[in-house]
Design a protein. Structure first.
Length: 231
């Protein structure tokens, strides 16, 4: 799509902040008003529109894409969306440890143990941790408490959380980012321990390396989206 506007502005209005292109409101793919919960998020999205060249490339506008998803898919039924995110508690990456070699076992314990300890204290829950890939059930009380915590998250932050959890395979990693106080890069490295180990053992081709970079960028973008949505 060719660029069809010159000026991009942020306007405070009832219910949040809107983006105007030459005075006209931006709308989502479902034709809803693109209304953002904070001025900071609105400005970040406005910057994506300002940065476009002669053509508008949606792939270069990840914040806009997440906002569209929040408005079109999460806001209409946040409870159902939250249930889908909460299901990751049943198979959280951090609860499935390698049974060898010792170096990998030690790396997982060092990175994943503190995150599980944080979640235990933050949400007053327990986790069943196992070695191998055979599914192990988590305590019903843990699932209930984490489900309630996710259901209480605002739709825009819930949208970012969904991306964090999907990319990392860990609800605990996603919640640690959303809760704040954790280094986002360190959490991503923790989620990628198994992949990094495989690269060390067998090497990595250019396509896999590029995919790894994209995933890390997407994780960082989702983290920033959550922070900006909180204000």
């Amino acid at each position: 799509m060719k660029r069809f506007y010159t000026d991009v502005t942020v306007i405070a209005e009832q219910g949040g902040f809107a983006i105007r292109l030459d005075g006209r409101p931006v709308r989502t793919p479902a034709r809803a008003a693109l209304t953002l919960p904070t001025a900071a998020l609105a400005e970040a999205i406005a910057q994506e529109w300002r940065a476009q060249g002669e053509t508008v490339d949606p792939a270069s506008m990840p914040m806009t894409g997440l906002a569209n998803a929040a408005i079109d898919h999460v806001v209409p039924d946040p409870a159902t969306f939250a249930e889908g995110v909460a299901r990751y508690a049943q198979s959280d990456l951090l609860c499935y440890r390698a049974d060898g070699p010792d170096t990998l076992v030690a790396r997982q314990a060092a990175a994943w143990g503190p995150l599980l300890d944080w979640a235990r204290g933050r949400y007053d829950v327990t986790f069943a941790v196992t070695q191998g890939i055979i599914p192990v059930p988590q305590p019903e009380e843990t699932l209930a408490r984490l489900g309630a915590a996710i259901a209480a998250i605002a739709p825009f932050i819930l949208t970012g959380l969904s991306t964090l959890v999907t990319l990392s395979g860990s609800l605990v990693c996603g919640l640690a980012v959303v809760d704040g106080g954790h280094d986002v890069g360190a959490i991503w490295q923790a989620a990628e321990i198994d992949e990094a180990w495989q690269v060390e053992q067998w090497g990595e081709d250019a396509e896999a390396a590029a995919r790894s970079v994209r995933r890390a960028d997407d994780f960082a973008t989702a983290a920033a989206f959550c922070a900006l949505s909180r204000g």
